[in-house]
Design a protein around this ligand. Structure first.
Ligand code: SF4
Length: 298
């Protein structure tokens, strides 16, 4: 199961760091493969431990003593000498899904984006879209050309609409919210297309800001994960909230969960962490949660 390239990088890293210990970070969808991966690594002479913690993105890195971290499912987000990234690209051809969706898309200039898992099919998708007499743009953001992250829509350039290839709608929602563009989310697994409405997201944003204005005691929750937290921004937001008469404090947190926020018993929270929590998961939280730029608008 481990690709040769990944084994090669693990061996190099092992020589560099002088260890055979490997901490394996699997995203939730791959966690059931923990026994298989353990066995495979042991057969290669490594000493693996599976991390049972979250692995939401390339920023969500975990470490154990002097072990190598094998981070699975995302592309490199942070440069760290101890980490080997295994992107885990999938072989799911989007042709059928695109052929079904394209007759319903009228826009002429299309920005084509996807997640790292589906990048190997970007050219297949581009050719199909071009066959429909459309112009296709692929730009580079923080990752590879055409790759979007749930916190980076830099791969979207000037266009009439965006086509996102991948599962779920979170990335498409983020792109719609950040760029204001119409996004067609095409799922190569289900072969379904969803139009992601920027309007609905703008409305949710407006509601969050209104709820934040009503709150008197607001926690500014800063993620302790290396690529997510920003203490300086936390301090700026605290200053702003206090100038509006709010009581506030900075709270440092690893995984941010409804249970942990319940314990703090405040009226609302600003989340300086992965934007997915606010954009996608807000319904799971009992209190209003806001993005940092929304807090600055209170
Ligand atoms: S902050 Fe969120 S969207 Fe960005 S890389 Fe990390 S997990 Fe992914």
């Amino acid at each position: 199961m481990l690709p040769g390239q990944v084994v090669k990088r693990l061996e190099e890293k092992s020589r560099e760091l002088g260890t055979r210990k490997v901490l394996v970070q699997l995203p939730d969808g791959l966690k059931p493969k923990c026994l298989e991966i353990t066995k495979e690594l042991e057969n290669l002479g490594f000493d693996p431990v599976i991390s049972g913690e979250s692995n939401f993105g390339g920023c969500d890195l975990r470490f154990l003593d002097n072990a190598i971290t094998l981070h699975v499912g995302h592309s490199e987000f942070l440069k760290d000498n101890r980490v080997v990234y295994w992107e885990y690209r999938v072989s799911v051809d989007p042709t059928d899904a695109l052929e079904k969706a394209l007759p319903k898309i009228a826009e002429k200039t299309i920005c084509l984006v996807t997640t790292v898992q589906h990048l190997d099919y970007l050219d297949v998708a581009r050719k199909l879209i071009e066959k429909c007499e459309k112009n296709v743009i692929t730009k580079k953001g923080k990752g590879y050309p055409g790759q979007v992250l749930g916190c980076d829509a830099g791969a979207v350039g000037e266009c009439d609409a965006v086509i996102f290839i991948g599962s779920g709608v979170f990335h498409a929602q983020f792109v719609a919210l950040k760029t204001g563009k119409k996004v067609y989310a095409i799922d190569p697994y289900t072969r379904e297309m969803q139009k992601v409405s920027g309007e609905k997201l703008a409305n949710e944003r407006y509601i969050r800001i209104e709820k934040g204005r009503d709150a008197k005691r607001i926690g500014v929750v800063v993620s302790s994960k290396p690529g997510q937290g920003n203490m300086g921004l936390g301090k700026t937001i605290v200053k702003k909230l206090r100038s509006k008469g709010k009581e506030t404090a900075i709270i440092l947190m690893d995984d941010i969960t409804p249970y942990k926020l319940d314990n703090l018993n405040l009226d609302a929270y600003v989340i300086i962490a992965c934007p997915r929590l606010v954009i996608d998961d807000w319904k799971n939280f009992r209190q209003p949660i806001l993005l940092p730029d929304e807090a600055l608008e209170l």
